[in-house]
Design a binder for this molecule. Structure first.
Ligand code: FMN
Length: 158
């Protein structure tokens, strides 16, 4: 139940601007899947670690917490459509023309960078789990990020 205190908390949490990522992976059913995530943060340079938080209620919870490897794609300001699609329940399937398959995993075309990650630790915390991952590889691509602030997508420069 979303009571008043909970709504207030949601509002104040939304005042913190973040980038938007898509975590992509090959599902156990063979499908190419992704989920929109803004809880990503860098954690450690030495060793290279990142973290993000996954809702325990997600239909993808079991699937994702069992993954050994996945890609974190940093979405560009032109990728609101992908962010929207991959945030919809029961619609986490990537279109064939949206990604390329490389040795490390599924990379979303035209994102502004990606990290190839592998499972390090999963920490149970409240209604989410914190997924800590090792960074094995990465690539930077030109472009500006998609920003999420006040429950809406924004561009950095406008
Ligand atoms: C901008 C944005 C950021 C999100 N960030 C997260 C996140 O960090 N962790 C998470 O578990 N879900 C996040 N979500 C929700 C998921 O993308 C998705 O909506 C939800 O998982 C759908 O339910 P399902 O996983 O049961 O299909 C975010 C959604 C949006 C639109």
């Amino acid at each position: 139940m979303l009571d008043e205190a909970n709504k207030d908390l949601r509002s104040i949490f939304s005042k913190f601007a973040t980038g938007v990522t898509a975590v992509t992976f090959k599902g156990s059913n063979g499908l190419n899947l992704g989920i929109t995530v803004n809880s990503y943060t860098s954690l450690s340079l030495d060793p290279p670690l990142i973290l993000w938080c996954l809702d325990k209620d997600s239909d993808l919870y079991e699937e994702i917490t069992n993954l050994d490897n996945y890609i974190i794609n940093f979405l560009s300001e032109e990728q609101r459509d992908i962010a929207n699609t991959l945030a919809q329940k029961n619609d986490h399937i990537l279109d064939e023309d949206q990604f390329i398959s490389i040795d490390q995993g599924l990379v979303i075309k035209n994102s502004i960078g990606w990290l190839s990650c592998s499972k390090n630790q999963i920490i149970d915390s409240g209604d989410h789990s914190i997924l800590i991952a090792d960074v094995n590889d990465s690539k930077i691509i030109e472009g500006y990020p998609l920003v999420f602030w006040g429950s809406n997508y924004r561009s950095l420069l406008r």
